[in-house]
Design a protein around this ligand. Structure first.
Ligand SMILES: [Zn+2]
Length: 300
């Protein structure tokens, strides 16, 4: 289905209810509070309300999902999710706002909430089997030196590799300021990456942390280059504050592509079940990161 067909299908709220219901309750209605399987339907609100016949708990289709509390119509959310899951993924908040006819702030918030879902999904799947990890850099300066340039953001990029040497799952992680020295990634950084992102025990783990080292497993560096080009083309570059969520967005789609699966169906399911993130929490997590960066920069 292309975007025009998708828009024709999900043209109003009613068209979205069925899909959302199936993604939220794939085995039929189930009360989130008591587990009861029967509800009465109340249709007087913008969205239908399901009232549990046992405990009277009321839930709408977006209760407890990434869309909870949003006044944006469902079909606009659906279109945003479609565009974020699409392998072309050439949308940014300005384009999305114009495409689905919402304000820039609403478009930005929808995109970040969907990216948060992608980040959570990425975090749940660990690298395993034969694992290659390489140091990489986002925002490489024209004349790299031994010392880190302020526009360079060190990354650790890792992949699970199958017996034919192909990548089956990729992670790109921004190295936190406390794991960096003036000219590279500290051992604590690679230890942290392995602890957080690699299933243990893995016999085939290989970690390469030398900067600008063109030897080793090349597909990881090509992936990074692709991610950098995408961020440059679509967003005109990303600062350190938001870099990780954009890397997560890139990896989410990439990993489905590597498995020859559609990222769209799963993203709908996740958005219909994942817990919402508030604007305050979203901006707070970004603020905390930039504060840490500033503290590390002033300490260096
Ligand atoms: Zn109940």
């Amino acid at each position: 289905m292309d975007f025009d067909e998708f828009c024709r299908h999900f043209h109003n709220e009613e068209a979205c209810f069925d899909t959302l219901y199936k993604d939220k309750w794939p085995n039929g209605y189930c009360c989130v509070r008591c587990g009861h399987e029967h509800a009465s339907l109340i249709r007087t609100r913008r969205l239908p309300l399901y009232e549990c016949k046992n405990c009277r708990y009321q839930a709408s289709l977006i209760s407890g999902t990434v869309m909870e509390g949003s006044r944006t119509p469902l079909h606009k959310w659906f279109k945003a999710i479609f565009l974020l899951a699409s392998s072309e993924a050439w949308t940014n908040a300005v384009k999305l706002a114009a495409t689905i006819n919402v304000t820039y702030k609403t478009a930005w918030l929808i995109m970040h909430k969907v990216r948060f879902v992608m980040s959570q999904a990425n975090a749940q799947e660990l690298l395993s089997g034969i694992v290659r990890v390489k140091a990489a850099v986002y925002g490489k300066p024209h004349n790299p030196t031994v010392h880190r340039h302020p526009s360079e953001h060190p990354l650790l990029v890792g992949a699970s590799i199958n017996s034919s040497g192909e990548m089956t799952h990729v992670k790109m992680i921004q190295v936190r300021p406390e794991h960096l020295s003036a000219n590279g990634i500290l051992r604590s950084g690679t230890n942290d990456f392995v602890a957080q992102h690699v299933a243990s025990p893995t016999a085939g783990l290989n970690v390469e942390t030398k900067r600008y080292n063109l030897r080793g497993y090349q597909p990881l560096l090509l992936c990074c280059k692709e991610a950098s080009n995408w961020m440059k083309d679509v967003y005109h570059g990303i600062g350190p504050k938001h870099l990780q969520v954009y890397l997560d967005e890139f990896c989410y789609r990439l990993n489905y592509t590597l498995r020859n699966e559609s990222p769209l169906l799963q993203l709908f399911k996740l958005c219909a079940s994942a817990t919402a993130i508030t604007y305050e929490r979203l901006t707070r997590s970004h603020q905390q990161y930039s504060q840490k960066t500033q503290i590390a920069a002033s300490a260096a």
